[in-house]
Write a protein of this length. Structure first.
Length: 134
């Protein structure tokens, strides 16, 4: 079973180490002791917890959609010309960049400092493992 250190779990969840420790002490997130004697979380338990947290993100819910990847974030930059625009968002630890029409940017009222939801639907997703094969 994979164990995740508290600091890594915090990074994955986009919260502080202290928040993860509060969830553990409050019973929301089970912990174990890893081989080095440090507090850790079993990978499966963390994955289930993360899925539950993702469902409760404010502003992540919207109209019915087949897209499952929704990231609430802050617009950090808009670069637009007469036809096209590039919108950059910071969604937790992730930078998301979208290309769209300048008209869409205007209609949505997107500008630095506005809160928006990045909805991503892709048929090609590359996943890399930080660990070697079992």
């Amino acid at each position: 079973m994979s164990h995740v250190r508290v600091s890594d779990a915090a990074g994955f969840l986009g919260v502080s180490d202290d928040t993860v420790r509060r969830w553990i002490s409050g019973g929301s997130l089970p912990s174990v002791t890893d081989a080095a004697g440090r507090m850790a979380i079993e990978g499966r338990a963390l994955a289930e917890f993360a899925k539950g947290q993702a469902r409760s993100v404010p502003g992540a819910a919207g109209s019915a959609s087949s897209a499952r990847n929704r990231f609430v974030g802050l617009v950090t930059a808009v670069k637009a010309d007469t036809v096209m625009a590039q919108v950059e968002m910071q969604c937790g630890p992730f930078r998301v960049v979208s290309l769209m029409s300048s008209e869409a940017v205007s209609e949505l009222g997107l500008e630095p400092g506005s809160v928006a939801v990045a909805v991503i639907k892709s048929t090609n997703v590359i996943i890399e493992s930080r660990e070697g094969p079992p």
